[in-house]
Design a binder for this molecule. Sequence first.
Ligand SMILES: *[C@@H]1O[C@H](CO)[C@@H](O)[C@H](O)[C@H]1NC(C)=O
Ligand SMILES: *[C@@H]1O[C@H](CO)[C@@H](O)[C@H](O)[C@H]1NC(C)=O
Length: 181
Amino acid sequence: MKFASYLVIFFLFLFQSSNGSNLISQSCKEASKNDPNLRYDFCVASLEDESKLQPPPSNLEGLVGMSIQLTKSNGTNMVSIISKLMKDKTFDQYAKVCLRDCFDLYSDSLSDLDDAVVAFKSKDLDTAAINLSASLDNSVTCEDQFKDKKGEASPLTKENRVFFQLNVISLAFIQMFHQHY
Ligand SMILES: *[C@@H]1O[C@H](CO)[C@@H](O)[C@H](O)[C@H]1NC(C)=O
Ligand SMILES: *[C@@H]1O[C@H](CO)[C@@H](O)[C@H](O)[C@H]1NC(C)=O
């Protein structure tokens, strides 16, 4: 084989192998520019972790799909974390009621995210965004309930924030997909 052919193959390989993580960092960069709520480092870290577990997305459409799936698996974890906390006897009555509500809110988020997946697959971007916004709002509502009573601390602050971020990322990517589509 000629040297030039080796060179072509080398560059093709280089392009292929860096494509997935370039897509993630480029998309996170663009998304964080448009949205002050979106933290670039978190965006890259969580999506790169996820793309180690499944074939990395090759385009923005695939990335949106992966991002919503990641949000959903995080939401599924939330439901099980909350149901464990609900069995914890050390919480007072007020906290127990809040946890019960959070359980319902996150269960609703899972339905919202299922609908977002279906809507996105059929390129109904408006519906996908409405469903994701509803899912995002639920994590805010869950967190805010604890603040309504003085002295009550939310046991879910960190987790609510992560889930909120994942929804923000999915929404920002859908917005970008909308502009490029
Ligand atoms: C959600 O995802 C983040 C990062 O991907 C992880 O650190 C966190 O533990 C997850 N939380 C839940 C409740 O799954
Ligand atoms: C998703 O959004 C659509 C359009 O607003 C709505 O009809 C549907 O009920 C939503 N899904 C859920 C689970 O709320």
